[in-house]
Design a protein around this ligand. Structure first.
Ligand SMILES: C[S@@+](CC[C@H](N)C(=O)[O-])C[C@H]1O[C@@H](n2cnc3c(N)ncnc32)[C@H](O)[C@@H]1O
Length: 233
């Protein structure tokens, strides 16, 4: 979910992490995706690395399940909001300010990697470096390897953003050229406290195409489909 000329995700990572956080709390309110992920990859006792953990939407849910949980995130403002929300956890994650293409970790030191809405939108050159770095830090032959969460191209959320076609191409590239396989499509919702909150948050992040839809048909709930992808270590 990076910035296209009419979308403002990267501006939010820098300047408005609370807006991104409100979006991520609206996403999949019943936690279906984390449950499905854990059904495929048991984290217990394992060293887990989350790339681009943002304000910690998935970190919060997954950290109690793991042995050691490391989160890396390049944006200092996203990271400081994440840190605040982990204050009361018994077993907080280890958070590092770093980019996926240059990880401050030893080769072979991680058993499972997760990246939620990070990889698909990276520029090709950066994506290649991130995937190479992932192979370096994953333990050779790591049974559980790398897991991605990304948007399915066909959902109400994608239609309202006008992004379906572009995201289908990006996902197909991961499946056809980068060695990922599609494990599951989870149908869920973006569920905001009210239609005016949906308009405020999605308007900021997704811009005019989204705003046009929400002003014509105000709603607090949008259908959302999330894909789980996997590649062995
Ligand atoms: C759409 S947000 C997702 C945040 C979090 N994973 C979640 O699901 O709530 C994308 C995140 O990827 C981070 N990011 C962008 N480029 C990155 C890179 N090269 N390496 C690691 N993280 C990156 C951004 O700063 C942002 O926090």
């Amino acid at each position: 979910m990076s910035s296209t000329p009419k979308e403002y995700w990267t501006r939010a990572y820098r300047e408005a992490p609370a807006i991104f956080d409100a979006f991520s709390r609206a996403e999949d309110p019943e936690g279906l995706v984390a449950r499905r992920l854990l059904a495929h990859v048991p984290l217990s006792g394992r060293t887990v690395l989350e790339l681009g953990c943002g304000t910690g939407r998935y970190t919060r849910e997954l950290v109690p399940q793991a042995g050691l949980y490391l989160g890396v995130e390049p944006s200092s403002s996203m990271l400081s909001l994440a840190r605040k929300s982990f204050n009361n956890l018994l077993q907080p994650p280890v958070l590092l300010r770093a980019r996926g293409e240059s990880l401050p970790l030893r080769a072979g030191s991680v058993e499972v990697m997760l990246a939620a809405w990070v990889v698909v939108n990276l520029r090709e050159e950066i994506r290649d470096r991130v995937l190479k770095e992932a192979s370096r830090v994953l333990r050779p032959g790591a049974e559980y390897g790398m897991w991605l969460l990304e948007n399915h191209w066909d959902s109400q959320f994608q239609r309202y953003r006008g992004r379906g076609g572009e995201d289908e191409l990006r996902l197909r590239r991961l499946l056809e050229s980068d060695g990922f396989r599609l494990v599951e499509v989870v149908t869920t919702e973006l569920c905001f406290p009210s239609s005016s909150e949906a308009e405020r948050i999605l308007g900021y992040l997704c811009g005019d195409t989204m705003l046009g839809h929400l002003r014509r048909s105000p709603t607090a709930v949008l259908e959302h489909r999330i894909v789980i992808l996997h590649r062995s270590g």
